[in-house]
Design a protein around this ligand. Structure first.
Ligand SMILES: N[C@@H](CCC(=O)N[C@@H](CS)C(=O)NCC(=O)O)C(=O)O
Length: 215
């Protein structure tokens, strides 16, 4: 498999974590969002939305990280990233969707570029925007995590799940946007527990080949 991705992209980071957790090897193909490589015709031919990630397997190119994560889960079910019970699966998917549907999309590069270029937003405004929507989602996640008496060190139950796969890249992004994580002790503890695992360590943005020379 080949993963077209960018070290600092949260959606790419999700896929790296899932591939590592499932013990799947892949070729790393860097698409530099800073140099707008994703907007070029070559990459657009692969992904008409001009976004990373894309996962190539044989003849097919898979796009959209939620769809790719579900495909990985179905194609490579061991170890599972979703619990067996339908109610538990709904819970894990809901935690993941808070990040995937309601936090990440509004802080995407193209949204921030639009705010800068068409809405007169300066860098302080951009930071406030990101902090607002990350904080909003994290507050809800923190409440849900605090209410769950059955939880172990991760987002759900005693094992890593898709909820953690979504959360950890979002925590990385929250730090980049200088979000105060003090109000979210459960999220911080889950971040520490996940980052103690080799799969999460190997998937970390700072360790990727295209991160070299950046800080
Ligand atoms: N829903 C898509 C979103 C992908 C996405 O937002 N990718 C970002 C990087 S994290 C991107 O390529 N942004 C390019 C841009 O905004 O110009 C997915 O989950 O795959």
């Amino acid at each position: 498999m080949q993963l077209y991705n960018f070290f600092r992209s949260g959606t790419s980071h999700r896929l790296r974590i899932a591939l590592e957790l499932k013990g799947l090897s892949y070729d790393y193909v860097a698409v530099d969002l800073r140099r707008e490589q994703h907007l070029g015709a070559d990459y657009r031919a692969r992904h008409p939305q001009a976004m990373v990630p894309a996962l190539v397997e044989g003849e097919q190119t898979l796009i959209q990280s939620p769809a790719i994560l579900e495909w990985l889960e179905e194609r490579y079910p061991t170890p599972p990233l979703l619990p067996a019970d339908p109610d538990a699966r709904a819970r894990v998917r809901a935690l993941a969707a808070i990040v995937g549907c309601d936090i990440h999309p509004v802080n995407n590069r193209r949204i921030l570029q639009y705010l800068r270029q068409h809405m007169g937003c300066d860098e302080a405004g951009i930071l406030r925007w990101c902090q607002q929507w990350i904080g909003d989602g994290f507050a809800a996640l923190e409440t849900l995590l605090a209410q769950d008496g059955q939880r172990g060190p991760f987002c759900f139950g005693g094992q890593v799940s898709l909820a953690d796969v979504y959360l950890i890249p979002q925590v990385e992004s929250a730090r980049r946007f200088q979000v105060d994580l003090g109000p979210y002790p459960h999220i911080v503890a889950i971040d520490q527990a996940c980052n103690a695992l080799p799969a999460f360590q190997r998937a970390a943005p700072a360790l990727q080949p295209d991160a070299a020379g950046t800080n």
